[in-house]
Design a protein around this ligand. Structure first.
Ligand code: NDP
Length: 449
C-alpha cells in the first residue's frame, strides 16, 4: 500500500511520458498522466509524423515530373492544400486516439489538464486539485524559440504549419536546421516560393560538410533561395495579412505570406513549479538529470526534450523505458547515447550515424574516407540531375567504421539497417565482404571506394 494517491504522476503525454507511464503501469504501478493539449506530444501531434505526411504529399510534384520518361502523362494535375492538410489532421486524430487507448488499456489515468509541481511529491492541477505521488516524472518536451525583434510576433512556428488556411505563395524560413530544411522542401515541392534565411553561413550544423553542401546545391537547383549571415530587422503586417519582411539592412522588404521561425526548441519548463520542489536547471534552461534521469530531488525524474540531452523522439522513448525499468522493475537501466542515427527529411533526405569526417579527424587523426557519388538509376532515367552521396568514415588501420553519412532518395530507410552494423563496431572489410544487392541504391554501401 502506498501513502500517495499515485505511485507515479507523469506531466506530459508525449513520446517519453507515454512510454514511461505505460511501462510503469505494466510493472504494477498506479499511474496518472497529465496533458494540457493532446495525448501524443510534439512528434505525433505537431512534429515528426504529420511533417512526414507533408513531405510525402509534397514529393508528388517530382513524381509527376519524373513519370514522363516512364510513359506517364498527367493532364491537369493539380494540388489542393485543404485535402492534404485535412487528411494529415485526420491522421493526427487517429494517432491521438491510439495513444489514448494504449494508456487506458494499461489502466493509466489520463488527466487532460495542465499540472504544476507543488512539492517533491505533490502536483497541483489547473482545476485547483492537488494530488500526491511517490514519484513525479517531468516529460513536457520543448517549445519553439522565436527571436525578439520588431514584428517577430507575426512569425509562425512549426506548430502552425499544419493548420494553414491556404498554401502560402511565399514563405520565409528563419533558421538553417532540421525544421528549416524539412519545411523548405515541403513548401518548395508544393509550389511555394521559399527563402531560407540563416544567421550563420551554414545549414544543418553538425552534419557532415559534404552532405550539407550537396543539399544546398540541390536546394538551389530546385529554386529554394538561401540567405546566409542574414538577420531580420523587422516584420510589418499589412491590412490584407501579407508580411513585409525587412532583412540585413535592406530598404526593400520581401513580401511573404508566412514567416516560419525554425531557430531551435527550448525545454518547456515555464510555469512547471520546479522552484516549489527545488528542481535544478542548467544555464540553458534544461532540467538537470543524472544517467537514470533523476533530478537533484530524489522523487522527481525527467525525460525527453525537457532535459535537452538529444532532442529526438526515439531517445525520449528509450529514456522513458529506462526510467520505468529502473524505478518500477528493480532493473536499473541507462540509455546508450553512442551512435544514434538521425535523419533530416529534406528533399532529398539526409541520414547519418556516428562521427562526421571533421569530428573523426579531430578525435582520431588517422582516418580514411570512402565514398560513392552517384546518380540513382531512377534519376538517370527521369533526366533528374540530382546526385546522391554516401560517405563512410573509417579508423585507420583497424578499418572500424566511425561514421556513415548519406544523402539521396530513401537515405533514412537505408541507413537504419546500416546503423546496426556501425553500432556493432563492424569494419569496412565487413561491408566489402557482403555481396551487393543489385540493382539498388543501397548496394553502393558495399562498393565504396
Ligand atoms: P536546429 O537546432 O536544428 O537549428 C536551429 C537553426 O536556427 C540553426 O540554423 C541555427 O543557426 C539557427 N539559430 C539558432 N538560434 C538562433 C537565434 N537565436 N537566432 C537566429 N537563428 C538561430 O533547430 P530546429 O528548430 O530546426 O529543430 C529543433 C529540434 O527539433 C532539432 O534540434 C531536432 O532535435 C528536432 N527535430 C528533429 C527532426 C528530425 O529528427 N528529422 C525534425 C525536426 C526537428 P546556426 O547555423 O548558427 O547553428
Amino acid at each position: 500500500m502506498t501513502d500517495y494517491d499515485y505511485d507515479l504522476f507523469v506531466i506530459g503525454a508525449g513520446s517519453g511520458g507515454v512510454r514511461a507511464a505505460r511501462v510503469s503501469a505494466s510493472f504494477g504501478a498506479k499511474v496518472a498522466v497529465a496533458e494540457e493539449y493532446r495525448v501524443g506530444g510534439t512528434c505525433v501531434i505537431r512534429g515528426c509524423v504529420p511533417k512526414k505526411m507533408l513531405v510525402y504529399g509534397s514529393h508528388f510534384s517530382e513524381e509527376l515530373e519524373d513519370g514522363k520518361n516512364f510513359g506517364w502523362t498527367w493532364d491537369n494535375a493539380r494540388f489542393d492544400w485543404h485535402t492534404l492538410r485535412d487528411h494529415v489532421l485526420k491522421d493526427v486524430d487517429r494517432l491521438n486516439s491510439a495513444y489514448t487507448d494504449t494508456l487506458q488499456n494499461h489502466d493509466v489515468e489520463i488527466i487532460l489538464e495542465r499540472a504544476e509541481i507543488a512539492g517533491p511529491h505533490e502536483v497541483k492541477l489547473a482545476s485547483g486539485k492537488t494530488v500526491t505521488a511517490k514519484y513525479i516524472l517531468i516529460a513536457t518536451g520543448a517549445w519553439p524559440v522565436i527571436s525578439d525583434f520588431p514584428g517577430s510576433e507575426h512569425m509562425s512556428t512549426s506548430n502552425d504549419m499544419f493548420h494553414l488556411e491556404k498554401l502560402p505563395n511565399l514563405v520565409i524560413i528563419s533558421g538553417g536546421g532540421y525544421i528549416a530544411n524539412e519545411f523548405a522542401g515541403i513548401f518548395n515541392g508544393l509550389g511555394s516560393e521559399v527563402f531560407v534565411v540563416n544567421r550563420s553561413d551554414v545549414i544543418l550544423r553538425g552534419y557532415d560538410e559534404s552532405l550539407r553542401d550537396r543539399l544546398l546545391q540541390i536546394g538551389m537547383s530546385k529554386g529554394i533561395n538561401y540567405r546566409f549571415n542574414c538577420t531580420f530587422d523587422k516584420i510589418e503586417k499589412r491590412e490584407d495579412g501579407a508580411l513585409d519582411v525587412y532583412m540585413d539592412g535592406r530598404e526593400m522588404p520581401v513580401v511573404a505570406d508566412v514567416v516560419l521561425a525554425a531557430t531551435g526548441r527550448r525545454p518547456k519548463i515555464e510555469g512547471l513549479g520546479l522552484e516549489n520542489a527545488g528542481v535544478e536547471i542548467s544555464d540553458d534552461g534544461a532540467i538537470k538529470v543524472d544517467e537514470y534521469s533523476r533530478t537533484n530531488v530524489e522523487s522527481i525524474y525527467a525525460v525527453g526534450d525537457v532535459t535537452d540531452r538529444v532532442q529526438l523522439t526515439p531517445v525520449a522513448i528509450r529514456e522513458g523505458q529506462a526510467f520505468a525499468e529502473t524505478v518500477f522493475n528493480n532493473n536499473p537501466k541507462t540509455v546508450d547515447y553512442n551512435c544514434i542515427p538521425s535523419a533530416v527529411f529534406s528533399q532529398p533526405p539526409i541520414a547519418s550515424v556516428g562521427l562526421t569526417e571533421g569530428e573523426a579527424r579531430n578525435r582520431y587523426g588517422n582516418i580514411r574516407v570512402y565514398s560513392s557519388d552517384f546518380r540513382a538509376m531512377r534519376n538517370v532515367f527521369a533526366d533528374r540531375h540530382e546526385r546522391s552521396l554516401y560517405k563512410m568514415v573509417v579508423e585507420h588501420p583497424t578499418g572500424k567504421i566511425l561514421g556513415l553519412h548519406m544523402i539521396g532518395p530513401d537515405a533514412p530507410e537505408i541507413l537504419q539497417a546500416a546503423a546496426v552494423a556501425v553500432k556493432a563496431g563492424l569494419t569496412k572489410d565487413d561491408f566489402d565482404a557482403t555481396v551487393a544487392l543489385h540493382p539498388s541504391m543501397a548496394e553502393e554501401l558495399v562498393l565504396l571506394k
